[in-house]
Design a protein around this ligand. Structure first.
Ligand code: FAD
Length: 427
């Protein structure tokens, strides 16, 4: 993986170890999981607890993918509100999906508590900050739908959001108290630790090159020569999906999300900026999201260029966004800059595919994968163990590469430019 000019702030716990554990060649395991991010590790942990023999193969190190690089905002829900989900999926599946979506942040914080994961976290909510009247109306609509379901959410006035964020320019917003922030690399590393303790074999630096079927079993081979046989394979490669499964990479648009972290804030600034520790995403089409880290930095992220960054100038748009929100930070140093890949699907929903019995792939978390992939991993594990598709919150869908995928970079760049212009003019 290409990590030039990428210097994240997140830390693996001091006790984190390297993983080099492989089942012996010739032994048939129940499940091979390709990809050691949150989805792969959550699936592995729960599958092992259900009695399955599980091997995780990770091309790099645990946490090298989006799971160890993200913003650490644990936000429940999907891009869509409950009414849309009910309308789109019908009453029964829609209701199950709304309940699943509502529970995803709980799943993360319960795992941290129950498994005693060494993960710095604050659970004090997420603010969706509105900068236009249209965004305020959308927030009111979202608030009505979730409050009707008993969720701990509420609207924020202009004064309240100014006090809670310390930021300039918002008309109001929406607070979702179910959410919180974590150190994502610590979380991913700790998931690996408890999965290994539950019996999962995890091997890093095992780039899977081929998956084939022979005599009813899946054969998985890696670049470094490992060969495994399995009853089932789960592709948990998400935005880092390559050519392992024909057509899969063409079902997603992998976007780059860039982040910056300031030097630790002085006590005066820390008291004025997000004093209660909430996470924030704003309502722009090309949104920025931000939070404070456990060591007192302000961490802000947003869309970045599709090509690999060449140097600090590629993060300049985020520094401008930071100063627009917090002019008082004009003298503060930006100490860290990094990026990772997010998988978007055309319908903005995660997709579960099973092109052949026992070959599963899950892609597309639309930048909200910490809760979603943790909770989905548990469901995928139940499905692997029981074969019962009712365990899966999303319907299994065929792999449908979308047309003009080869031109996605041009399309995304044009869309981003157009959205930036709309954001600049919208009131
Ligand atoms: C910068 C950034 C900020 C984000 N912020 C947030 C946020 O604040 N909140 C939130 O909820 N979500 C956020 N997300 C999204 C979230 O990080 C992802 O949805 C989630 O981590 C996806 O987990 P995953 O396990 O599916 O994929 P990943 O963590 O990307 O794991 C996939 C793994 O597959 C491995 N792999 C790929 N190919 C192979 C192969 N052939 N063989 C072996 N291994 C392979 C990769 O090395 C990688 O480790 C953000 C993402 C990014 C990039």
């Amino acid at each position: 993986m290409h990590l030039r000019f990428s210097d994240p702030i997140w830390q693996k716990p001091r006790t984190a170890t390297a993983f080099q554990s492989l089942f012996p060649a010739g032994q048939c395991v129940d499940v091979v999981i390709v990809g050691g991010g949150i989805l792969g590790l959550s699936t592995a942990l729960h599958a092992a607890r259900l009695g399955l023999a599980v091997q995780v193969l990770e091309a790099g190190e645990i946490g090298n993918g989006a799971s160890g690089l993200n913003g650490g905002q644990v936000i429940p829900g999907l891009k869509y509100d409950p009414d849309w989900l009910l309308e789109h999926f019908g009453l029964e599946r829609g209701e199950a999906l709304v309940n699943f979506a509502a529970s995803t942040a709980d799943t993360v914080f319960e795992l941290i508590r129950d498994e005693r994961l060494a993960v710095p976290f604050v659970r004090d909510g997420w603010i969706q900050a509105a900068h236009t009247e249209t965004a305020l109306k959308a927030a009111a609509n979202r608030d009505r739908q979730w409050r009707a379901r008993g969720a701990d959410v509420r609207l924020l006035s202009r004064t309240e959001i100014a006090t809670m964020t310390g930021a300039q320019g918002y008309l109001g917003g929406w607070l979702d108290r179910r959410a919180g922030v974590i150190d994502p690399l610590a979380y991913t590393s700790e998931l690996a630790r408890v999965a290994a303790a539950a019996g999962v074999k995890i091997a890093e630096r095992q780039n899977v090159m081929q998956i084939s079927k022979n005599a009813g079993f899946w054969h998985v081979s890696t670049e470094s020569g490992a060969e495994l046989q399995a009853k089932a394979v789960v592709l948990a490669t998400n935005a880092y999906t390559g050519g392992l499964l024909p057509g899969l990479a063409e079902t997603i648009v992998p976007l780059h999300s860039f982040q910056i972290a300031t030097a630790p804030l002085s006590s005066n600034l820390a008291a004025a900026i997000l004093p209660e520790g909430q996470a924030v995403s704003d309502s722009r089409r090309i949104l920025v999201y931000y939070r404070k880290s456990a060591d007192g930095r302000l961490v802000l992220g947003g869309r970045g260029r599709m090509a690999f960054p060449n140097g600090p100038a590629d993060w300049a748009h985020l520094e401008r966004a930071l100063l627009r929100l917090y002019p008082a930070l004009s003298d503060i140093a930006i100490e860290k800059r990094w990026f990772g890949r997010v998988a978007m699907t055309p319908d903005h929903l995660p997709h579960i595919h099973e092109p052949e019995k026992g070959l599963l792939a899950v892609v597309g978390c639309q930048g909200r994968g910490i809760g979603l992939m943790t909770a989905l991993g548990e469901r995928i594990a139940s499905y692997l163990s029981s074969g019962d598709t009712r365990q899966l919150p999303f319907p299994v869908s065929p792999i449908r590469p979308f047309p003009f995928h080869a031109f996605r970079q041009v399309g995304v760049a044009a869309t981003i430019a157009w959205y930036r212009m709309l954001d600049a003019f919208e009131r």
